[in-house]
Design a protein around this ligand. Structure first.
Ligand SMILES: [Zn+2]
Length: 78
């Protein structure tokens, strides 16, 4: 099956994403997914360090979600 830029492809989390880049040897592709993905969890509970943010006394981990994340996918067959 030949993959083309613009084709639909599943992102690693199973959403419907779109191919935005294909390597020259066609062994790697990049897909952009419009869904939100958990990017990282930031610990914001440290009161001892000064923060540049407003004084909102964060108490727990804050999850950072990213939309339109681009995933690099290695095509394993062949
Ligand atoms: Zn996704």
């Amino acid at each position: 099956m030949e993959l083309k830029i613009g084709d639909a492809y599943k992102c690693p989390e199973g959403h419907k994403a779109k191919i935005v880049w294909i390597s020259e040897d066609k062994k790697a592709i990049a897909v952009r997914c419009p869904q939100k993905h958990l990017s990282k969890v930031v610990k914001v509970a440290d009161y001892t360090k000064p923060t540049l943010q407003h004084r909102n006394y964060p108490r727990k981990e804050r999850k950072i979600y990213v939309e339109n994340m681009v995933f690099l996918i290695i095509i394993k067959n062949m």
